[in-house]
Design a protein around this ligand. Structure first.
Ligand code: PHE
Length: 341
């Protein structure tokens, strides 16, 4: 009898759904019941043999069994999916209270480190730290520094021009005139920053760093410059550092000097860092040429000034025993690791 068959199917299928442990098993049951030759499909096909007057009743019965099985299937799918989801959530649970693995501690870039050290010393001595533009006019980089157009002294610096009047500053001295125009003496400033020249070998990079210093006041003399630089050098390289002042030439200072320090690596005995001389050339300096003061609107009868310019890459190379300037710009993590103090 058809209704008995249906009741048996219903009971058996609902029971196997109940027992099923995973989604694959449920799918097999679905195929077994509703597939092309599935239990319910076959019974539906048998409707042909049912008397027409009985068909609505049998049809309704089939539908009822079908719905019951489908509901049960759906229920079980949801249940299994939930279990699976909870299992996954449990597995992927993150314990935010768990201590993390050691993280690498970074370090300052050697150039940043040297800028920090030098500006700290200068700020202690009463200097203000200022900055100027890296794209500069010919006027501030050269003319205001007493280096007229077409003058041979321009050859001292292989300059990168952008247009005839605009260039990448070749020296932080360009900031001197900008600040002198803005400030009323007395003042003391230092200006660290990037500078650019068409130079490229183991000790020269087209981009490098300088720090300019400028003091303008009444009664400034060479003695002030010498004393100030001596303190600066000793604080940077150590109390026993020897300092040598040599006469030199810069168009914007008169008189001009260059400053050497005893090699911090061999303490003056001679080594590869100082090329056997025991001394290292570090900076240029001098008494500001009165013409430069006048051009920037400062009364050179009343005021005088001294200026100095450090090569920061060189200073950093000496402090850290770096033999190739390119190491400062490669961003090689193995090199930077060694700079950790
Ligand atoms: N600007 C000079 C240079 O780049 C250095 C310098 C600065 C010299 C200040 C004297 C005074 O070579």
């Amino acid at each position: 009898m058809l209704s008995q068959d249906l009741a048996n199917i219903k009971e058996e299928v609902l029971e196997s759904i109940e027992k099923a442990n995973d989604l694959k098993e449920l799918n097999e049951i679905r195929v077994r019941v509703f597939g092309k030759t599935g239990l319910i499909t076959n019974i539906s096909k048998g409707m042909r043999d049912v008397l027409p007057e009985d068909r609505p009743k049998v049809g309704a019965l089939i539908n009822e069994v079908k719905t019951a099985i489908e509901c049960k299937l759906q229920e079980k799918i949801e249940l299994l999916e939930n279990i699976e989801l909870n299992k996954k959530l449990e597995e992927e649970k993150i314990d935010i209270t768990e201590p993390s693995k050691d993280s690498e501690l970074g370090a300052l870039h050697p150039i940043t480190d040297v800028i920090d050290r030098l500006t700290d010393i200068c700020v202690d001595m009463g200097f203000s730290v200022v900055e100027g533009p890296e794209i500069e006019t010919d006027y501030y980089n050269f003319e205001a520094m007493n280096i007229p157009k077409n003058h041979p002294s321009r050859d001292m610096q292989d300059t990168l021009f952008i247009t005839e009047d605009i260039l990448l500053r070749s020296q932080t001295s360009a900031v001197q005139a900008r600040e002198m125009e803005k400030r009323k003496p007395p003042f003391k400033i230092v200006c660290p920053g990037k500078t650019y020249r068409n130079d490229n070998d183991a000790t020269h990079s087209p981009v490098f760093h300088q720090m300019e210093g400028l003091v303008v006041d009444e009664n400034i003399s060479m003695a002030d410059l010498k004393a100030m630089l001596t303190i600066l050098m000793k604080r940077l390289y150590g109390e026993d550092t020897k300092i040598r002042f040599r006469p030199s030439f810069f168009p914007f200072t008169e008189p001009s000097i260059e400053v050497d320090v005893s090699c911090p690596s061999c303490h003056g005995k001679g080594c590869s860092l100082c090329k056997g001389t025991g001394m290292l050339e570090l900076l240029g300096a001098g008494i500001v040429n009165p013409k430069v003061l006048e051009m920037s609107g400062i009364d050179s009868k009343k005021y005088r000034g001294f200026a100095f310019g450090f090569g920061l890459d060189r200073t950093s190379m000496i402090l850290n025993s770096i033999n190739n300037i390119k190491n400062l710009y490669r961003n090689d993590i193995r090199f930077l690791e060694q700079m950790k103090k």
